[in-house]
Each structure stands twice: as structure tokens, then as C-alpha cells.
Design a protein around this ligand. Structure first.
Ligand code: 13P
Length: 250
């Protein structure tokens, strides 16, 4: 049985004092869950979140990283730097980074490799645009993105990553993919991984759904055969609402 992994992506929200208050309120609300709980927070909140999450079951992640370990890359932060302060997870290839910050399948692949080399667990985002879905190309797009993201990784490395299937048309729009559609797309990704890395890897890799997940739809999504939890944007900004998503099975 794969575990459920539920991650919040705060995006560019939350000042340090708000982050501290959040963790103090959220920690007790999720202390009894058996699901894995992650908060992916802005760089400026990382250290405060790491300190305040000590002694809780909340894990902390970043939202991006550079693929180089160090060097003349003004404004960038490396996986080695994240690891050094105690970060465990990092989102890679979010559609907002692909769209606004020139992230490509190639940079996504390099970042995943660097994250793994530095002992971080990548949460790798894939997903199709609305026009691609309407043209019947969703399966091709998401399986290709998955293949290119994972290119050159070993079976053992692929087992240790998390994939987040986030259809772009469902992000921040209030339009959630139906549980059946999301589950089918995730099955397509899992089948592709089985083709490339074998059944054992495919059966073990965690694949989340993201896109307008909220407490009212979490249970329906997370109790399907292939959706192993969620990557949650807007609804992760309120401790009470996000705790209900984490505790969807209580
Ligand atoms: P929303 O939950 O706000 O739709 O965002 C999803 C997302 O992009 C998580 O990474």
C-alpha cells in the first residue's frame, strides 16, 4: 500500500510571522494523522518553518532550486544550500515556473538530478493546458513530460520521487478535475513509469493530484485507486482548511 502524501504549496504568500503563527496552529491539528504532511514555503520562510516544525510531523519543502551546486547565478538557491539548513523536499517544474520563468523539461530534469544528489526529495509537477486537453492530447503531454523529467534516473531514484499531476486549467480556478479524470491521468503516468522502469517502481512511486483541492473534494480524490494525496495551493494557506484536507480520512 502506498502512503498518502499531502503537501501545501504556499506559492508567494506568507511573511515569517504569519508562517510561525500558521505552524503553531496547524501542528496540533495534524498531529494524529498517518499521512505525510509537507509545507512548501517561500525561501524567506524556510528557516522559521524548520525551527517551528521541530517536534511535529510537519516536513518542510522549498518551491524551486537551481541545478548547480554553487557559482555565479545571482538570485538563485541550490539544492546543497536547501539541504544544509534541513529542508527535505523541493517542488520542481511547477507549471507557474514553466510558464513565467522559462523552466523547460531539460532544466526540470537537471534540477531533479541535483535534488537527488543532494539528498532532497523532489516533487515533480506535470500537467496539460486546457487547449491540450480539449485537443485530446493530455495523455501524450503528461507522459512525455514525465519521461523527459525522469530521463537518466535509476529505478531506485524514481522510486524516491513524488510526482504531482496538476492539470493547468484546474490550478487556482476552482475547477477541479473529476476524481475519475484525475485518477485516469495518474494511471496513464503510472503506466508510462511501468514501461520505463518496471512494475515495482511504478507501484511504489507516489503520484499526487493538484488543482483546486479543498476539504470538500479531498476525500473523493484521495480515495481513488491511483491518487496518492495532493499538492494544494490556495486551500493550504489556512491551517484549519488544510488540516481538514490532511485529515480527510478521519
Ligand atoms: P490551487 O490548489 O490553488 O488550485 O493550486 C494548485 C497548485 O498549483 C499547487 O501546486
Amino acid at each position: 500500500m502506498r502512503r498518502k502524501v499531502i503537501a501545501g504549496n504556499w506559492k508567494m504568500n506568507m511573511l515569517p510571522n504569519e508562517a510561525i503563527e500558521y505552524i503553531q496552529a496547524f501542528g496540533p491539528l495534524v498531529k494524529d494523522t498517518e499521512n505525510e504532511v509537507i509545507l512548501c514555503v517561500p525561501y524567506t520562510d524556510l528557516f522559521y518553518c524548520l525551527l517551528n516544525a521541530q517536534g511535529t510531523n510537519i516536513k518542510i519543502g522549498a518551491q524551486n532550486m537551481h541545478f548547480a551546486e554553487n557559482g555565479a547565478y545571482t538570485g538563485e538557491v541550490s539544492g546543497k544550500m536547501l539541504k544544509a539548513i534541513g529542508v527535505e523536499y523541493v517542488i520542481i517544474g511547477h507549471s507557474e515556473r514553466r510558464e513565467y520563468f522559462a523552466e523547460t523539461n531539460e532544466t526540470v530534469n537537471k534540477k531533479i538530478k541535483s535534488a537527488l544528489e543532494n539528498g532532497l526529495k523532489p516533487i515533480v509537477c506535470v500537467g496539460e493546458k486546457l487547449a491540450e486537453r480539449e485537443a485530446g492530447k493530455a495523455k501524450d503531454i503528461i507522459t512525455k513530460q514525465t519521461e523527459l523529467a525522469l530521463e537518466g534516473l535509476t529505478d531506485e531514484q524514481v522510486k524516491n520521487i513524488i510526482i504531482a499531476y496538476e492539470p493547468i486549467w484546474a490550478i487556482g480556478t476552482g475547477k477541479t478535475a473529476t476524481a475519475e479524470d484525475a485518477n485516469n491521468s495518474i494511471k496513464d503516468i503510472r503506466t508510462k513509469i511501468a514501461e520505463l522502469y518496471g512494475n515495482d517502481v511504478a507501484e511504489n512511486v507516489i503520484i499526487q493530484y493538484g488543482g483546486s483541492v479543498k476539504s470538500s473534494n479531498a476525500k473523493e480524490l484521495f480515495t481513488t485507486s491511483d491518487i496518492d494525496g495532493g499538492l494544494v495551493g490556495g486551500a493550504s494557506l489556512k491551517p484549519d482548511e488544510f488540516s481538514k484536507i490532511v485529515n480527510y480520512d478521519k
